[in-house]
Design a protein around this ligand. Structure first.
Ligand code: BG6
Length: 500
């Protein structure tokens, strides 16, 4: 367990616990993720006093930047992407921790030079040998970098070591197992922090404690009351400039294996007591073990795959997937995925979970809807609809309840919403939560190996059915709600996707 103590904060922002002094080695320091997410997250943590008192950040990249160039890149990234305005009176102090180091990941000498550089900074700043290695790099580099870190002796330390890796973690069950085997030759499972940025989202983190302090919800949260669960992650963006990666991944690897299955696990966590990080991990593993497998021959019955065609977004014509830059004209890659899942445990037995995700959909929305059983006698004649608990994760963060109310003089019920929305300006970004946790050694909101392996195991027959072209690839217009077949999937069970 890392040391935690009091720490000064800036401008009266509430005091927070801090973590050990450390070196933060960032591979991919000039990359997009670093600029959009990592520097802004570190800056906001710094402003909130959630940083070690002595920190050395070593940014690695092939480009020949000077220290001044590097500091300018960070400053620009903060100006463009930080949720807080950059406060010039604190910027120099923040940047003082950052050094750039020109580095070639495939070159053994680079590792020796890096080791010497890190040690020099550790001595200069009196930092113990606590090293966090953040691999914000192409997936193909994760394995060779980890192996070379080990060979160079950089991971033989008096203090602790940690590894942060981004998704994708493998591209199927076999490659994920192989990658994990290689990483665990150098880092223990407790030292590996696999980022799934959905787990950093504040509303997803709220799921863990939603039921416990709310007896009303607790009493409803069981299979006597719940009819179905719907999880949606729809996006308006298309493939953009990422075809090289996305055309091989599809929605199934890009969104389902990780983000959507993590949302399933977080929704299905059922615990009236406060749990430790370890207990949460065990519960999530149990949920994945209870997720009913879909055999390859049954995939077409429970899964819908789709691909966007030309359409309109915000009254602008947009091209179909096959006409996007760098996409093969004959591509049968999925940009839409919907499925029906069952968790065969005592809480969720018999309750369908419907999940869907798609690019170029009508609106950007990540949300979870719990639909309650509707036993109202006059439901049909007077329009009473199922009660819904609506948890919006993105772009808004809110919790809402849909109830039936009669308007004066109206014979029919109208849906009414009780809604609580969070003030987004004050919400930390997912990466702030995740980096803070990784630096402090709290692994609650990271994807543990058991979860990742079981997710791939569940996905594998579906991947195989896709690869064997065993189910139709439904077209849907850009800007629409996705393929008709996804609607039918729910209609078969008497449900419909709620577009509330
Ligand atoms: C990423 C996927 O992991 O998540 C992207 O690679 C996707 O394709 C993104 O657009 C969605 O994240 P968010 O936070 O915008 O819902």
């Amino acid at each position: 367990m890392d040391r935690k103590d009091e720490h000064n904060t800036i401008d009266g922002i509430d005091s927070v616990e801090t973590m050990d002094d450390m070196t933060f080695v960032l591979f991919g320091a000039s990359g997009d993720l670093a600029k959009r997410k990592i520097y802004p997250a570190l800056y906001n943590l710094f402003i909130e006093g959630k940083m070690p008192s002595s920190l050395s950040v070593v940014g690695l990249g092939r480009r020949k930047y000077s220290q001044e160039d590097f500091h300018s890149i960070i400053k620009e990234s903060l100006e463009s992407f930080s949720r807080r305005d950059v406060d010039s009176s604190h910027l120099d102090e923040f940047l003082e921790s950052f050094r750039y180091f020109i580095f070639d990941a495939m070159e053994p000498q680079s590792y020796q030079d890096l080791k010497a550089f890190i040690e020099e900074r550790e001595a200069e700043k009196s930092i113990p040998e606590n090293r966090l290695f953040y691999l914000s790099v192409a997936p193909s580099l994760v394995e060779p970098i980890t192996e070379s870190l080990h060979k160079s002796g950089m991971t033989e330390l008096d203090g602790w070591k940690k590894l942060i890796v981004e998704k994708p973690f493998g591209s199927d069950l076999h490659s994920a197992r192989h990658l994990n085997q290689e990483l665990t030759k150098v880092f223990d499972e407790e030292e590996i922090f696999r980022i799934d940025h959905y787990l950093g989202k504040p509303m997803v983190q709220n799921l863990e404690s939603l039921i416990r302090p709310n007896p009303i919800l607790k009493s409803l949260w069981n299979h006597e009351q719940i009819a179905s669960v719907q999880i949606t992650a729809s996006e308006t963006v298309g493939v953009g400039t990422r075809a090289g990666y996305y055309d091989k991944s599809g929605a199934i690897r890009d969104m389902v294996q990780n983000h959507l299955l993590q949302l399933v696990m977080m929704t299905a966590l059922h615990h009236p007591e406060k749990l430790s990080a370890k207990q949460i991990e065990e519960k999530k593993t149990k949920i994945m073990e209870a997720l009913r497998p879909i055999d390859k021959d049954d995939v077409a019955t429970h899964v819908v795959r789709g691909q966007y065609e030309a359409g309109e977004m915000d009254a602008q014509a947009v091209v179909g997937y096959k006409d996007e830059k760098d996409v093969e004209e004959t591509s049968n890659n999925d940009t839409y995925f919907a499925a029906r899942l069952y968790i065969d445990n005592e809480y969720w037995k018999g309750i369908p979970f419907y999940i869907r995700t798609g690019k170029r959909m009508e609106k950007k929305s990540t949300r979870i809807i719990i639909e309650f059983k509707n036993e109202v006698q006059e439901a049909d004649s007077q329009g009473a609809m199922s009660n819904l608990l609506i948890i919006e994760i993105n772009p808004n963060e809110s919790v809402g309840l849909r109830i039936n109310l009669k308007d004066d003089g109206n014979e029919k019920f109208e849906p009414a919403y009780i809604n609580f929305s969070k003030n987004l300006d004050q919400q930390p970004e997912a990466y702030e939560n995740l980096l803070n946790d990784a630096m402090a050694g709290n692994s609650t909101y990271f994807a543990h190996w058991n979860e990742v392996e079981l997710s791939w195991k569940w996905i594998q027959p579906i991947l195989e059915a896709f690869e064997a072209d065993e189910l139709p690839l439904h077209g849907y217009n850009a800007g629409s709600r996705g393929p008709e077949a996804a609607e039918k999937l729910l209609n078969e069970d008497g449900f419909t996707w709620w577009e509330v």
